[in-house]
Design a protein around this ligand. Structure first.
Ligand code: TUI
Length: 304
């Protein structure tokens, strides 16, 4: 459907999934996806042009549906006719006809079965079923439970996301009925990710219990590596403080993490699979190891 070699999506991570990383993933046979969250429309237009300069292979754009610039961003991707659009943090129903009308494949990211079913009705070409192990804005269901239930509920292809960082994770996702995987955290710790070294090192250092979800009480749950910021945010929530106090600390957190490498007051968004990530590697190596590992497991089978 997408003309790619391997069914591996780059998570459309705001500030992280920029042209260099996106092109590297597409060049290596997966599909890079620009994270347009927080991007002014003219910057998004430049990023799309930059990706096209770096690779002739298919790529995508993720639309973060809470972005204040969303209508203009939709115009940009529609005009550019990017091959793939994924969406996150809301329902893209309003934009579906415009996106489909421009001939693009649309894969909404969904944290629940009911949303997947709705998206199929609106004409989605596939869905990314994202479990709560993921970094960033999440739902409440784990990948292991969500993926097979979404697979049973829709007829369009399902891509599994959340907790996948190697060939074992990919094989497991395929065993659950997914046709592909979306990977975020593993690619943050890649050579090509335009991310401050402190952020990458923090992922390498993290163990499986070193993430926390904050913002649930405010209806906007976000998973990050535990640090001074998340500890304060969690305390504010427990104390039932004014949401504006929470917001004033959280705002700009991802920028501080990605660009400044601020380990104390940055939002180091990352998934629970961070504990598995021990080395910064080139994107091509990450993808080749993932594909080789998954194929080996699935060919060999498992004795029991
Ligand atoms: O969107 C993500 N992950 C993200 S977005 C993001 S930017 C951000 N920064 C600070 C605060 C909040 C966001 C960081 N990480 N993943 C896909 C995803 N989509 N997860 C959950 C959802 C979702 C939630 C509700 C999708 C649809 C939805 O629908 C509600 C409705 O309208 O029915």
């Amino acid at each position: 459907m997408l003309g790619i070699e391997y069914p591996i999506f780059l998570g459309g991570m705001a500030h992280v999934a920029r042209a260099t990383l996106v092109a590297a993933v597409s060049e290596a046979g997966g599909i890079g996806i620009i994270g347009s969250g927080g991007m002014p429309p003219e910057v998004l237009e430049r990023e799309i042009a930059e990706v096209r300069k770096l690779t002739g292979k298919p790529f995508g754009v993720n639309l973060m549906l809470m972005d204040p610039n969303l209508p203009e961003q939709v115009e940009v991707v529609t005009r550019a006719r990017v091959p793939l659009v994924t969406t996150g943090a809301g329902s893209p129903a309003k934009y579906m006809d415009a996106l489909k009308g421009a001939g693009m494949k649309v894969f909404p990211v969904v944290p629940a079965v009911s949303l997947a079913v709705r998206m199929e009705k609106y004409g989605a070409d596939g869905v990314v079923a994202e479990g709560m192990e993921s970094g960033g804005h999440i739902g409440t269901v784990t990948t292991m439970a969500l993926v097979p239930q979404v697979v049973d509920a829709v007829r369009i292809p399902v891509v599994a996301a959340g907790g996948i960082a190697d060939g074992r994770g990919m094989a497991a996702a395929l065993a659950l009925g997914a046709e592909g995987v979306q990977v975020g955290t593993r690619f943050v710790a890649s050579e090509e990710a335009p991310v401050h070294p402190n952020y990458k090192q923090a992922i390498l250092k993290a163990k499986e219990r070193d993430t926390i979800v904050t913002g649930r009480t405010l209806g906007r749950p976000v998973r990050c590596l535990v640090n001074k910021l998340t500890k304060t945010l969690a305390r504010y929530e427990a104390e039932g403080r004014d949401p504006e106090e929470f917001e004033s600390l959280a705002v700009g957190g991802l920028r501080r993490a990605v660009y400044d490498g601020d380990l104390e007051t940055g939002s180091l968004m990352a998934g629970q699979i961070s504990g598995l990530v021990r080395e910064i590697k080139p994107v091509r190596e990450i993808i080749e190891e993932m594909v080789r590992g998954a194929r080996e497991i699935l060919r060999r089978g498992v004795d029991f």
